[in-house]
Design a protein around this ligand. Structure first.
Ligand SMILES: Cc1ncc(COP(=O)(O)O)c(C=O)c1O
Length: 415
């Protein structure tokens, strides 16, 4: 068992050991992974790191001492709210990630429904494509989850099917912008319509799309309205540590109406130290990530975000055209943003085995369970590796065809 060493060791030695420890990891700077990271270039990495270092030990919870933190955080939240067409009375919270944003939205919805409708055994009715964070939060919050499979060929949530499952204990429904399994936008406006009809909380999970879709839309792509411009949307989760390009630990949960915020707050005053009031799951919070989010947003600006959005969309096109051109492979359609899935349409070509061949060639493959396939989640660095990816994929397909290999491991690896 490792214990704290008796004597300390020099930093140079530790630094080398840390760098060496990474040598067998998949190389994210080389775009070798299809998920888990977002990398633009060395310049933006420097901005992230230096901004983080400037506030490396400040505590973002300490708003009465770190006045500058409060200012930086407010500016980040205001920029996010404006991007999502929030009304003047909206309210946002800086959280550690998509899971926490979703948790806080569900907690707020639960307490709102208890207070305003007297619901004590709440359930939420959500599309089956929703992120597992909804079920995880529900497990903590004692909420029942009803997942409704989509019957639509385009993988979008079906508002009528959702509505059929609402009952008197339903507090919330949701739409993804886009969903993670297929990368398509749920029909946010239609889901919001049925939510309004039943006076339900309507959450939009824009963890992936929140800081990317607005720029892609500006580039002329057909992206549906998904934010507070849609009547009936109560809350939105949008991750700054995804396409906002902040370091990990940055997301925002937005409420259309700050009057709802009272249901989000934990307000406690039964210990010797006096009142403790908090509106996130965290206590102490890293100040560095707030400063880094602020710096990257100001460094890139609309122009930078739009430019990188174009890089992503061009890479999606290049990769999907290239994959479709490989005999036996097919990209599922539609896909609308930075995510897509490809499968094998040839019974003699095992897609799991193709994935294993790609792994041997140094690619970390995202595996899709239904239908069995390979899931891609792109960020700008993949532009540099798209040609190599496609040539390795063609070689992998040939290898599997020549050997007749079938997947050794279960096709769907844990996300
Ligand atoms: C659509 C969606 N929602 C929520 C999350 C959860 O975000 P996080 O991993 O930052 O907690 C993810 C993560 O990929 C996601 O894709």
């Amino acid at each position: 068992m490792t214990v704290i060493p008796l004597k300390g060791r020099p930093w140079d030695e530790l630094k080398t050991e840390l760098e060496d420890a990474k040598k067998d990891d998949f190389k994210w700077e080389e775009g070798r992974m299809a998920l888990y990271f977002y990398y633009l270039d060395e310049e933006v990495k420097r901005v992230q790191q230096e901004a983080y270092k400037t506030y490396w030990t400040e505590n973002a919870m300490g708003k009465k001492t770190f006045f500058s933190m409060l200012k930086l955080e407010s500016e980040v939240l205001e920029m996010g709210l404006a991007l999502h067409h929030a009304p003047a009375n909206a309210k946002a919270t800086f959280t550690s990630g998509g899971s926490e944003s979703i948790f806080m939205a569900m907690k707020t919805a639960r307490d709102w429904a208890r207070d305003t409708k007297g619901i004590t055994e709440p359930n939420i009715v959500i599309p089956r494509t929703a992120h597992p964070a909804f079920d995880r939060s529900a497990a903590f919050l004692n909420i029942k989850v009803i997942r409704v499979p989509t019957t639509r060929a385009d993988y979008r949530a079906d508002p009528a099917e959702l509505e059929k499952r609402f009952d008197s204990n339903t507090i919330m429904t949701m739409a993804s912008a886009p969903n993670y399994p297929y990368g398509v936008f749920d029909p946010v406006a239609d889901v919001a319509d049925v939510a309004q009809k039943h006076n339900l909380w309507m959450h939009v999970d824009a963890c992936v799309g929140g800081f990317l879709a607005p720029w892609v839309k500006k580039l002329g792509y057909d992206i549906p309205d998904f934010d507070f411009s849609v009547p009936g949307v109560t809350s939105i989760s949008a991750d700054i540590h995804k396409y906002g390009y902040a370091p990990k630990g940055a997301s925002m949960m937005m409420l259309r109406d700050e009057a709802l915020h009272k249901y989000q707050v934990f307000d406690f005053n039964d210990w010797e130290r006096g009142p403790y009031v908090n509106d996130t799951m965290q206590g102490t919070r890293a100040g560095g990530v707030v400063a880094a989010a602020w710096a990257v947003m100001n460094y890139l600006g609309e122009e930078g975000y739009t430019l990188w959005a174009k890089v992503i969309m061009d890479t999606v096109k290049k990769l999907t055209d290239g994959i479709d051109a490989i005999e036996g492979l097919t990209v599922l359609k539609p896909h609308e943003l930075c995510l897509f899935v490809y499968t094998s349409e040839d019974p003699d070509l095992d897609i799991g085995a193709v994935g294993e061949e790609m792994t041997k060639r140094g690619w970390f493959i995202g595996r899709q369970a239904e239908p069995v396939g390979i899931h891609m989640h792109l960020n700008p660095v993949h532009a540099k590796t798209a040609d190599l990816y496609l040539s390795d994929l063609a070689a992998s397909v040939s290898e599997v065809r020549n050997t007749g290999a079938v997947a050794k491991q279960a096709a769907a690896a844990t996300y």
